[in-house]
Design a protein around this ligand. Sequence first.
Ligand code: ADP
Length: 411
Amino acid sequence: MTNPSEDKPISIYDTVEILPGLKPQHLQRLLLVSRSLGSTLNLPDILKSVLAAATDLTESEGTSILLIEPNETELRFVASSTQHALADVLVPLDGSLAGWVVTENKPVIIEDVENDERHHKNTSKSAGVTVRNLLIVPLRDRGEVIGVLEAFNKKNDGKYTPYDQAVAQALGSQAAVSIINSRLFSQSDAIAETMHELKTPLMAMTAAAEMLEMDALSDEQRRQVLGTFKRETRRLTRMTQDFLTLSRLESGRYALDLVPVNPIELVQSVVETLEAQAEKAGLTMSLMIESQSLPDIMGDVSRLQQVFINLVSNAIKFNKPGGKVAIKVASKPTGVWISVMDTGRGIDPADMKNLFTRFYRVSHGSEVTEGTGLGLSIVKKLVEAHDGRLEVESQLGKGSAFHCIFPVLTE
Ligand code: ADP
């Protein structure tokens, strides 16, 4: 389960409004570079394509890309279109033009570089080129600035114009998306796994679409095929959302909005959300609260809700008609324990070690339950992000208990 508000689609151009104003040949060049960026996750290839396009589009003597260092106080020259000595040179954010663009999150055109007080003198020295004029745009995706794209020395002694700036910005936002994607990819092989996983619902949807075209289908068959199509669409949507959540959690690109949370109110809201679903499955759901005066935990309410909605959904999904789901809240010396227990099919000890592996789903022959195999990985990461831990007990055929143990909020 994910918080739907956080996974807005990525816009390739956050400067989309400028595109209609571009000259056709420039638009065509941007589409070409977009296609080549879409075909690779290799960072050096991405940087090379971006620089080649930037040099052409802005009619410059040269272009460079600088990316913010993990220390967030410096920028590094990671690529340049010319053979100068700037490779890997570090530039401080404070006291350089590129740093100014990052900090202000604004593009800039400098007609006379040597006389601009924001210019970092060491840069031109190590570059071995005389930089007359400059155009610098932030590399940004959805408000996150990761570096800058610089163009220097407009050809034929020309000057950079607002039009050049707009073109560079359009290219810069494409570049930012690709650079972020390549970083995510290099952090894990999760994308490769996801691509693979996405094939399954896609194949089912393709087959269903083809079947729907057949004339010889009875009404009942058509209804069944449509049902498959809808189910697979839902699965694809959830997979995409869950995958985005998980990759953000793994790359550390998320922030918890921490406040004192009353554990009783937390589980009550989860029970209210899922009561109808449990009833529909023929299950009884109960809440066991050890004492009304439980200590608060420090947490992000919507993320904690996400944890328990996931666990309770599983307790419902992997249960049997007439079964039970119980949520227990207790305070122990080790912390606040919130446990989700069920009388469902349980988990084989052999499957236990893979339970938190991405996409892992226990096979149950012909029985199909909806899911992506990402839910428990997200739950574990979220509990740990709250300095908590997750423990699982299960008996095959009897049921399971998932215990989330959170540190108590001390005054
Ligand atoms: P999903 O529910 O989308 O399949 P999860 O990551 O939440 O993915 O769970 C992974 C697998 O762990 C499930 O497919 C199921 O086989 C098993 N599992 C999770 N919760 C339970 C439970 N309460 N009872 C039995 N099996 C469970």
